[in-house]
Every structure is written in structure tokens, then in C-alpha cells.
Design a protein around this ligand. Sequence first.
Ligand SMILES: [Zn+2]
Length: 338
Amino acid sequence: MIIGPDEFYQCPRCGNVLRRGSLVSGNTFGATRYTDGYMYASMYHQFPLLVKCDKCESMLWIEDMEQLTYNIEADYDPAEDPRLEHLEEVDFPEIPDLVRALTTALDFSREDVSQRLFYIRRSIWWKFNDKNRYGSSAPSYGTLDELELWADNCMAMLKLLEPRVEKKEPDACCIAIELRRNLCQFDEARKLARETLTDDDYKSYLRTTLLECDARNPLTARIMKEDDEEEEKWIRMRIALSRADQKRMATPQCILDQAATNETLAENAFEFYLTLAEHGDPETLLFVGKLYLTDHFYDLERACHYLLRSAWLGNTEAMDKLEEYGAEAREGEWDAWV
Ligand SMILES: [Zn+2]
């Protein structure tokens, strides 16, 4: 990998100078690819196309900004300018800034506005997926607001992809399949994958996503390499576990019918959490218990079921919540709840 010279750009709103790295050449040898299209390659450094001005906080497209370049007549080289020496390099923006960019950084008169819109939405999606990209099965979001933002973003991406999916463009289909899986629509994901990914280039992706659908895993996964037997063994074990869990699991009653704003969203979200909870993570079990204690999803018995499972695994907040709601977590009473 050959790193290029730093690039300097001027913020059109406040005049602040931003520094971004560049790449002369790189390669994707040994890269790790994920089912959401994200790729990590140690020899292929990637740079953001949309950045935040650290002075006025404007969200700015690199290609729209004036680049400060070497000026022979003025004998000016920004890389040599002592005022710019200690500038921090701009990084990929965080979720709140990306959300702001949806309303502040899109010019709908531009021909490429849909590509830019998709870039922002995919960046939001990747940021959420980053939270469990490296093996954690914790939920990507801690609050209901974040959950709603995440799900709305997934739905909006599916809508944007519709025309390309209709034309069966494989790259667009891969993203749509992943979004369906994220939303726990495993059957739809499986069907779309089988129908559209017939080319050999997508063999590894297809194999991975079908296995993950069987495992009812809604989280983004690493695409298996051809000969990755360990990974396949691990996924097959998860499939067995999830089937066993489904049998033990009480049928989730849809108490979300009254969801006032968006019924589908609420159902998908709830299904998503229930599936995640079956991985047995005490924090997720606690979260589902707490969801059942909100006015919107209120069901004390089910709340206690999840809180007890979380408490069993040593979660003290779940124990406190159980006491608060009058269910004594005494051994003899557990059977009544679980
Ligand atoms: Zn600025």
C-alpha cells in the first residue's frame, strides 16, 4: 500500500481548513468482507467522501470543496504550511452527524442526489453494524429512539434499492437480502438470494447468507471463505442452538397491534429483539424485559420471564427490576414465570 500526500480542503461555510489522507495504490489481498458489503483490508485504506467541518460542524462533500493545492507563483504548499501542520485528519462521520447530513448535505437539484442519499444511508447502516461486526452479539442500539432510527433507515434503503432489485442487479440484491435478514425477514431474504445470486462470483456470499438465515441470525456476518470449515461448523452449531431455542421459546404474542405509528416497524423490531434474546445475552434479555414494561408493549408476565432469565445470568439490574415489579425471584417461583 502506498499512502499519498495529505489533501487540504477549505470549508465553504467558515473557511476552516480540513485535512484528509489519500491513497496512491493499495490492494485487497486477505481482505475481510462482510454480508453488508463492508470490507476491511489492511492494505487498502479508505477515506470518507462526506466529512464534518470541526469548526462550524457543517456536513460537506469532499468533491464539492475547494482543494488547496500547490501554487507555484505564490510559492505556497499547504503541506508545508505551519498553520496546517497540526490539523487532525477528518474521519468517517458518526451517526448523529450522518442523520443531520440527510437534511443539510443533499441538494435535490443535483443529478447524483440519489447516489449521495444512498451513501449517507449506507454509512448510517454500517455504523450500526460496526457495533457487532467483530463478534459481539449485543444489540446495535441501546434505546428505542436508536432502534426506530435504525429500522427507518433500513426501510428507506430497501425503498431506494427497489428499482435495482427489480432489474436483479446482484450488488443491489446483496444489500437488499442483508437488510431483509437484519429485519428478521429470513424467508424473504432466502428467496431473494436464491432467485438473484446465480452468478459464481456471489457463491460465497450466497452460502454465508443462506446459512445465517437458517441460523435465524439477523446480525451482519463475515463472508465465509471457500475453505473456511471452522466458520461453517460454528454457524451450523448456531443453527442447532437456534432451533432448540425456538422450541423452548413461548410463542411471541404480538402485543404491538396497537403500535400507533408504524405497525410493521414495531413488529419487525420486536421480532428482532426476541430473536436476539434467544442468543442468551443477559443485556438483551433485560432489554426485552424492559420493552414489555413500557406502556406500549406492557405485559408483566412476559417481562418477568425475560427479567428472570437475565437475573439468572447474574444481571443485577434485572434483579432490581423484578423486585420493583413485585415478582420475587425466589427459586420456587421461577417455574411459574419461565
Ligand atoms: Zn466550516
